[in-house]
Design a protein around this ligand. Sequence first.
Ligand code: ATP
Ligand code: MG
Length: 289
Amino acid sequence: MKTTGPGTATDTVTSRLTARGLTLAYEDRTVVHELDLAVPDGRVTVIVGPNACGKSTTLRALGRLLKPAGGAVLLDGTELSRIPTRKIAQAVGLLPQTPVAPEAITVSDLVARGRQPHQHWWQQWSDADERAVTEAMERTDVTALAERSVDELSGGQRQRVWIAMALAQDTDLLLLDEPTTYLDIAHQVEVLDLVRKLAAPAADGTRGRTVVTVLHDLNQAARYADHLVAMKAGRIVAEGRPEDVVTAGLVREVFGLEAVIVPDPVTGSPLVVPGAPWKPSAPSPRKAS
Ligand SMILES: Nc1ncnc2c1ncn2[C@@H]1O[C@H](COP(=O)(O)OP(=O)(O)OP(=O)(O)O)[C@@H](O)[C@H]1O
Ligand SMILES: [Mg+2]
């Protein structure tokens, strides 16, 4: 694969993870309808869309937490349902929107749980496990919290611990559902910069990791995505490069919001400014005397 940078015309894009005709339902209520998606390898894919449009549901199906009601999710061409759970866990890491920690678990123990798919009955804990946990905690800025109980952390600290656990799993594919929730703006940027670093090709040209993440902030989505997917009511409305996807028409169609799109002064990516373009109001008609 060429490594000419994201989104360039000469790239050959491959996809280990794909959804074909994916229909997802809770009991008899269908919330995702025949969705087709090819997640580009070694890129950052960001899913955006209004509340309840099916983003988390889709992500959970991509991570095999939810069984399709129709169609399939394929990993390397094989349906997830045919792959052993352990093999999937070695390839795909999923950070759900509202993960639940075991009671009174410490930060380091929770992050260490990310290593479970790599352990064997003959070797419970290796140097590689230790390294992965230490590095994941450093990259998410939670090393100083290692011995604290997860229960007693702030929302943002806890969120970073969950990201550390997903990183420690050390998978080629990483699915993150709203990883910036609860984070202050500096930590949001730090986490998203980290996501970009994970996806960056190595110095020898080996491709980086594949990340799919749900974000609500359209401006962050446009800044950090190589591939942007806009969903509405369980369907993909548009996908592609952020500069092609984020238009005033799309924001109106997907969110029902009037907005002006200007270039982000730092990155040049589309910046969504809510509000219709300002026009001087017409002079009020004079009352007939
Ligand atoms: N466990 C569940 N049981 C029944 N219905 C559910 C369940 N989880 C989600 N739903 C419903 O499925 C639809 C899609 O939900 P989903 O969580 O995928 O939305 P979302 O796009 O992630 O929204 P948000 O931006 O609020 O996180 C919603 O109508 C929701 O009420
Ligand atoms: Mg969600």
